[in-house]
Every structure is written in C-alpha cells, then in structure tokens.
Design a protein around this ligand. Structure first.
Ligand SMILES: NC(=O)c1ccc[n+]([C@@H]2O[C@H](COP(=O)([O-])OP(=O)(O)OC[C@H]3O[C@@H](n4cnc5c(N)ncnc54)[C@H](OP(=O)(O)O)[C@@H]3O)[C@@H](O)[C@H]2O)c1
Length: 280
C-alpha cells in the first residue's frame, strides 16, 4: 500500500533533499512549496513527488492543502514539520514583530499542520517528525528567537505526545547542528533588514557581536553537515519500528546538549567566554 508523507518547506535545503530521498524509496510525497517554480522543480525530481502550495502561517493555505491531499488519500503515514526560518538579534532591541514572525513559522505553523492532519493519521504506525535544532538547547546568544521557537516546538509536541489519543502516534524531534543550506544567508538578510531601522544606540552597543554573528552565519552555508545526512536519518526513522523521541545530528548538536546539562550559571559563563574569545 502507498505510504503518503507531507513535508513542509520542501523548496530547498533539508526539505528538498528529504523529499528526493523518500520519493526514491517509494514513498508518495506531498511537498510543501510557496512558488510555482519550486513546485515544478520538485515534481521534475521524481514522479512520487507532488508539489502542494502551503504557507504554514496561513490557515486558508493549510486548509486548501488539506482539501487537495484528503481527496487523494485518507491516510497520511507521516508529517514532517520542516518549514523554518532563523531570526536573531539582541533581546534588548528585538522588534516584537520579528519575534511573532519567528514563532508563526517555526511553532504555530507546525502546530496548525498537526491539528489539521491528525484526523488523517489513524493507523497503528503514524509519525510526526519535527525538524527542530540544536538551538532547542538554548545556549546560543543573539539567536534567542530561533532558539526559543525550537524549544517551544519541542515542548508543544511533547505535550501532544502525552495527551494524544491516537494510540500509537510517534513524535520525533530531530536536532541537527549546522547544516549547509540557504537558511543562513536568508537569516542574515532578514536580520539586517529588521535592524535597519533600529536605533543608533543598539548599533553602538552590539555592532561587534552582530557583525561577527553575521559573518559566522554566512560561513555556515559552506561548512557543516550536508542535507543528505538529515535526509538519511529521516529515512531511517521512518522505517524504524521503535524510533527514539529525539535525535542529535552532528558534533555541535551533542556539544549543545552537553552544555545544556551543566548548571545554568556555568553554562552561561562558558558560552560568554567562548563568544568573547571569538570576537576580537
Ligand atoms: N541549516 C541548518 O543549519 C539547520 C540546523 C538545524 C535545524 N534546521 C531546520 O531545518 C529546517 C529546514 O531548514 P533549511 O536549513 O533546509 O533551510 P531552507 O533551505 O531555508 O529551507 C526552509 C524552508 O522553509 C520554507 N518556509 C519558510 N517560511 C515558510 C512558511 N511560512 N510556510 C511554508 N514554508 C516556509 C522555505 O520556503 P520558501 O523557499 O518558500 O521560503 C524553505 O522551503 C528548518 O526548520 C530549520 O530550522 C536547519
């Protein structure tokens, strides 16, 4: 029997690579996109991929996607909440609209998708995979919107797992470290735009840190894990009878987990010193 999987945010990066890998393995993929050219590009990769217009922050768009998908199948094997953006800046000056946007995509969007599609997940073996992040451990200064969103994502879905009456629903959090994808450049561009109108005072106070973080983020598009590493793990999790609740991917993700286990004061001191040493 065909196994249907929904992947949000499949236009690039991890989502696109995962769609490709799973389609090659025989799964039927509904790949969430927001542009016609991304739909065409994905559908040209493999006949098992159907591009679906899906903005996870827009209820009407999610409903439309549901209407299309539910006409094709009454059973979704897995939902992969992958759509995400990464925003940051000093908490003291964070534009509140920016914070809301961060949570709209990474948290509320994923919850909306789960609420909408759970009625199509009634078999014994359904799964929701959330592409969380090592940021969920919350040890990264100046990217607190992103970190908080990933922590919130993990918290909400852990509650869902405990509360949920879907008998055997499995909910899995994947926490990659740095992966080379377009998210980093997009993130710097979005942050620069958001902080364009921020006061001179903020610039003077945090210029060095923000410059360092922007340069570091741009470098991340070249270094780090490959999208294939995450796609391979997703494939493994989907075929595992008894997947874990949480997976770390990459040394940096294990380090973030370790740091988060230390007493908060010690963890903060290490992070602060580390940042100081790197920003000259
Ligand atoms: N790259 C990393 O180092 C890393 C590490 C850990 C976790 N992650 C997580 O991995 C996931 C995928 O990110 P990526 O690195 O592959 O970055 P990416 O290439 O920028 O992919 C992000 C995807 O999310 C989509 N998206 C953004 N806003 C959306 C919205 N409102 N509705 C629907 N889709 C939306 C984008 O679509 P458009 O093209 O239409 O904007 C794009 O397809 C994210 O959740 C990210 O937080 C990434």
């Amino acid at each position: 029997m065909d196994k249907y999987i929904i992947i949000t945010g499949a236009s690039s990066g991890l989502g696109k690579e995962t769609a490709k890998k799973l389609a090659q393995e025989g799964y039927k993929i509904f790949a969430g996109v927001r542009k016609q050219q991304d739909k065409e590009s994905l559908e040209s990769i493999h006949p098992n991929i159907t591009g679906i217009f899906l903005d996870v922050t827009n209820e009407e768009s999610v409903q439309k996607a549901f209407d299309i998908i539910s006409q094709q199948t009454k059973e979704i094997f897995a939902l992969i909440n992958n759509a995400g953006i990464a925003l940051g800046g000093p908490v003291e000056y964070l534009p509140i609209e920016m914070l809301k946007k961060q949570f709209d995509v990474n948290v509320f969007g994923a919850i909306l998708m789960a609420q909408k599609f759970l009625p199509l997940m009634n078999s014994k073996d359904n799964r929701i995979l959330n592409i969380s992040s090592m940021a969920s451990y919350g040890v990264f200064p100046f990217v607190s919107p992103y970190c908080a969103s990933k922590r919130a994502l993990d918290m909400f879905f852990n509650s869902l797992l405990i509360e949920c009456k879907h008998k055997n629903l499995k909910i899995i959090s994947i926490k990659p470290g740095v992966v080379s994808t377009p998210i980093w450049n997009k993130s710097v561009d979005a942050c620069e735009e958001a902080f364009e109108n921020v006061s001179q005072e903020c610039r003077e106070k945090y210029e060095k840190e923000l410059l360092f973080l922007a340069q570091n983020a741009r470098k991340n598009t070249q270094k780090g894990l490959k999208s294939e590493d995450i796609a391979n793990l997703v494939s493994k999790i989907l075929s595992s009878k008894n997947p874990k609740l949480s997976y770390n991917v990459g040394k940096d993700s294990y380090t973030a987990r370790f740091l988060s286990l230390l007493p908060q004061r010690l963890c903060n001191m290490l992070v602060k010193t580390g940042l100081k040493c790197r920003i000259k």
